[in-house]
Design a protein. Sequence first.
Length: 448
Amino acid sequence: MTDLQEFIGYINGFVWGPVMLVFLVGTGVLLSVRLGGIQLRRLPEGLRLVFSGRKASGAEGDISSFQALTTALAATIGTGNIAGVATALYLGGPGAIFWMWVCAVFGMATKYAEAVLAVHFRHHLPDGTMQGGPMRYISEGLGLPWLGMLFAVMGSIAAFGIGSMVQSNSVAVALEATFAVPPVFTGVALGLLCALVILGGIRRIGRVTEKLVPVMALVYVVAAVVALGLNIEAVPAALEMIFAHAFTPAAGSGGFAGATVAMAIRFGVARGVFSNEAGLGSAPIAHAAARTDSPVRQGLVAMTGVFFDTIIVCTLTALVILTSGVWDGGERSSALTAAAFEAAIPGFGAVFVTLGLVVFAYSTMLGWAYYGEQCIEYVFGLKARTPYRCMFCLVIAWGALQKIGFVWDISDTMNGAMAIPNLIGLVGLSGLVVRLTRKHFSDGELRT
């Protein structure tokens, strides 16, 4: 097992090395240029579509446009917002947050293109439900069915890691440490709770996420704002550190070893990508199920997910950590975020982060269950749906009892294997995205 772990760790380091990060951000830059900075010019319209509750009457799809967004956000707003930001600060210093923002800005263009292509190439399955995503637009748009199949296989496997075992194990560890809850109880409870939703399909997932995601995000934002309000005098200095150390090294202090500018860029970009998943090809699977008559309109809705996830939630987490006075104390991952909230709001902060981790992880499981299900259906057909759902819930329970380091490496590698064909598809079909976008706005569809 040790040799296998080392091998997987080596492969994972290669897959998520500088070349992959440049490919991810570079794709976002290419799309931003070709689309004329649509993520900045059209963000207000995207936000208006999200909050207006506009419905496309008579449009095809399984769930509402808003439910598609909340399903995608359910999978992205999670442990990355709590643990990922803290890890970026621990390894890359305050400047990493600036590069996380840069990654998010270009990632919005990537997410827009993913959703446009997913809706444009989606298909009805024999049972009447909708299926779309990278496996469809790579196979049909690029004419490379083997590459689309590769994406689907890797996606179905990755869901068991990042979307199932990793999440249940993180919750089990947190609940055992904070409330002394036995991991076996946590695993069984999470498996059953997920089964209640997952076995009902995308429509039930959509109904749950449209209620759960806004509430959990709002509660987290309010708690972060309260924590910042109690340390408001430290906010300007925190922002100054973010901008200053984006371009100058951060010296070591306390338990912080220091970070070069290269480290700030590397870990800021890497954690940003893991937080919002732009370019991985996961979110467009949910957006393909949206009840909409316009790929571009759904693309505008989709790109707001990166804005909510990284620009708002991750930024608030980073500021709470930096203003708490404990960011350089040597803690990392979710322990650093918990220590920061506890320092700002004694007696409440650590418990809040633990409970937030539970809810965030649960929502992530729901989103990734659908992603994995759609991928496995693409490979084996509808007959694979129910067995996959049942296995996903069983793996949730099993994962709570495992040593998760190896599982993280496996799931990260599978995510990378998803991203590569997806990015090839986005670059190859970027011209189509531009044509669909120009036609949409020349027709004035958003003026009504």
